[in-house]
Design a protein around this ligand. Sequence first.
Ligand code: HEM
Length: 255
Amino acid sequence: MRLLRFYRSAIGKKVVVALSGGALYLFLIGHMLGNMWVYGGQEDIDSYSHHLRTFMEDFFGYGGFLWIARIGLLAALLLHVVTIVLLVRQNRKARPEQYRHKHRAARTLASMTMLISGPLILVYVVLHILQFTTGTVQPTAYEEGAVYANLWNAFQVWWIALIYIVMMFFICLHLYHGVWSMFQSLGINNQDRNKMLRMISTVSSIVIFVGFSSVPTMMWCDMLPPPTPKESAQQPVVQGPDRLLVQSEGGHDEP
Ligand code: HEM
């Protein structure tokens, strides 16, 4: 009951947004670091993806741990989004129109675009999972478990690589303001620490931007080698539009 009363208050909602946002932020750092296996080569990133599914297999079964992480991630995402919607409505009711306009001048581009970048990120995440995790949306050839080949095939197409890089810009803009707000909502900020906290939100957003966008950039620029077909697959299964780039020597393909 006390917890519900706390959630109903604006401060309570801010804390929930901060904690759920913090969990999503940690996921993003982990995901970006995981993506760096691409630089170890095809085998490294493919076996990393396989390892995610076999982690604690004896205890949770194949993919069990991953599902627990997915459920936790989805819960954090839902809590984050729903609470922001409730908080915006609560603030609109509490503040007269005039007051809002008066304070707009002091805001940064990142803070002003939070309510645009947020929904955009949601759409991106859904399409991204449909493309690389479930393979439901296949603008380029897709094979389950062949993470390197799937990424390489997708990022040979200029507009897919561009969408990923542009989206990373919006995500990092969202993070830049979100991480700073998180410190404020959790009451971590004060005069002595503000400079360092600003630095953490700025540097981590830049590192996440560079880390994530390096993969589509390097693959599109052919700075990473094309994938080699798996030995077991004599004739790779074509599941996408009638072509499979896995077999090509390199060079960019048209969608
Ligand atoms: C260039 C940037 C990115 C690349 C190359 C990338 C790559 C991938 C790949 C290959 C997978 C499938 C992994 C597997 O099946 O083992 C994946 C899954 C996923 N990615 Fe990304 N990702 C990027 C950015 C992002 C961002 C910015 C977010 C969140 C805002 C995100 C959220 C997810 C989620 C939620 C999954 C599903 C995890 C699961 O359920 O197994 N990704 N990503």
